[in-house]
Design a protein around this ligand. Structure first.
Ligand code: PLP
Length: 392
């Protein structure tokens, strides 16, 4: 019998990935279920981006690509970051094109983590960072932010820096956040940056939702401590390009050299025509993203209102496309049980909060990356379920 290696089995048994997988298999067998589980835009990739990809293939841009990424895409990334966010990266030495942010984060963590090094992972958060650190041989330490508005605060960060001292090699920042939808202000970022500035600690920043930041300013560690920041971003969410598998890392040249070596070894390079399409996406400006954002905001407002009326305690998300809602007292408080009950009885699928690490227990994540009709019907079903559970 072929079995998974003991090493990977141990890592995967410690993370919720398999539970999430089991639930999505279960849900796929329930006809007519409405899914609020999906962290993927329901929009198709805009036409002008698809056309750029097709044209690129027709022009035989189908050979191996430069391993750091095409010159055109790296330049477009540098120009976009400078124009929109005031960040300055040299496209020749400080930008690396990756297979989505997923590969970017894995490459970053693998490149900097030694056995025994600690990477602080504020939770609840997306599920890749903890296993990435384990695979790299480091020790992930989850920092529960559920008592501090789902944000890492200076006091909390200082507490962990005091506890683990120079074993801390990195801190993960996901801004805006999946699953909580919070976003840091630049002032908050500055205070956190001050605590690690000048120390051999990296800020590992996942900014995949930077374009889906509805209310606030763009904020980043890269604005204050660029010399210690590894910034990951991509096209999956903002340009509805999940299946194209493309993203990028930005970091000081010396760090990018390390990232490049890990990437070139593991991935080689990213398909040229995909890079050409991504370049077209950036060069065309914000129109397509703005249209999608407008839809997300309408859905967010509607869903937030309905959930609050039902008795879910949640704060209005500032970015990304998720609402992280506290389970009301009249429902089963075990989020992993409740999701099955909701799937069976209400025909609504949501993600259990505990799958996002410490502090997520007792919460549910609702994705609003689905059409308004589905959202309305799903909220009606959930409201009926809640009413029944309350006995009226
Ligand atoms: N980072 C976060 C915070 C996410 O929520 C997701 C997808 O849900 C990803 C990264 C994956 O990004 P990509 O498709 O670029 O690999």
């Amino acid at each position: 019998m072929v079995e998974m290696s003991k090493y990977m089995r141990k890592i995967l048994s410690d993370v919720p990935t398999l539970k999430v997988f089991d639930f999505s298999q279960y849900v796929s067998k329930i006809p007519g279920i409405i899914k609020f589980t999906i962290g993927e835009p329901d929009f198709d990739t805009p036409e002008y981006i698809k056309e750029a990809g097709i044209k690129s293939i027709e022009n035989n841009r189908t050979h191996y690509a430069p391993q750091r990424g095409t010159v055109g895409l790296r330049q477009a990334v540098a120009d976009t970051l400078a124009k929109k966010y005031g960040l300055h990266y040299d496209p020749a030495t400080e930008i690396l094109v990756t297979n989505g942010v997923t590969e970017g984060i894995s490459t970053a963590i693998t490149a900097i983590t030694n056995p025994g090094d600690i990477i602080l992972v504020p939770t609840p958060t997306f599920s890749i960072y903890t296993p990435d650190v384990m695979i790299a041989g480091g020790t992930p330490v989850e920092v529960d932010t559920s008592k501090t508005g789902f944000k890492l605060t200076p006091a909390l960060l200082q507490q962990y820096l005091n506890k683990y001292g120079d074993r801390v090699k990195g801190v993960v920042f996901v801004n805006p956040s999946n699953p909580t939808g919070i976003a840091y202000s630049q002032a908050e970022m500055n205070e956190l940056a001050a605590l690690i500035k000048g120390k051999p600690i990296f800020a590992i920043c996942d900014e995949i939702y930077s374009e889906l930041n509805y209310d606030g300013e763009y904020s980043s560690m890269a604005k204050v401590i660029p010399e210690q920041t590894i910034l990951a971003n991509g096209f999956s969410k903002s340009y509805a390009m999940t299946g194209w598998r493309i993203g990028y890392l930005c970091a000081p040249a010396k760090v990018t050299d390390l990232l490049f070596k890990v990437h070139a070894f593991a991935v080689t390079d990213i398909a040229t025509f995909v890079q050409d399409a991504a370049e077209a996406a950036l060069k065309a400006g914000d129109e397509a993203t703005k249209e999608m954002d407008a839809q997300y905001i309408k859905r967010r407002d509607y869903m937030y209102k309905r959930l609050t009326e039902m008795g879910f305690e949640c704060s209005q998300p500032m970015g990304a496309f998720y609402i992280f809602a506290k389970i009301p007292s009249f429902l089963d408080q075990d989020d992993n049980k409740l999701i099955y009950q909701l799937a069976n009885d209400a025909k609504v699928a949501v993600t259990a909060g505990s799958n996002f690490g410490k502090g997520g227990e007792g919460y549910l994540r609702f994705s609003y990356a689905t059409g308004m009709d589905q959202i309305k019907e799903g909220m009606d079903r959930l409201a009926a379920f809640c009413k029944k559970e309350q006995g009226n």
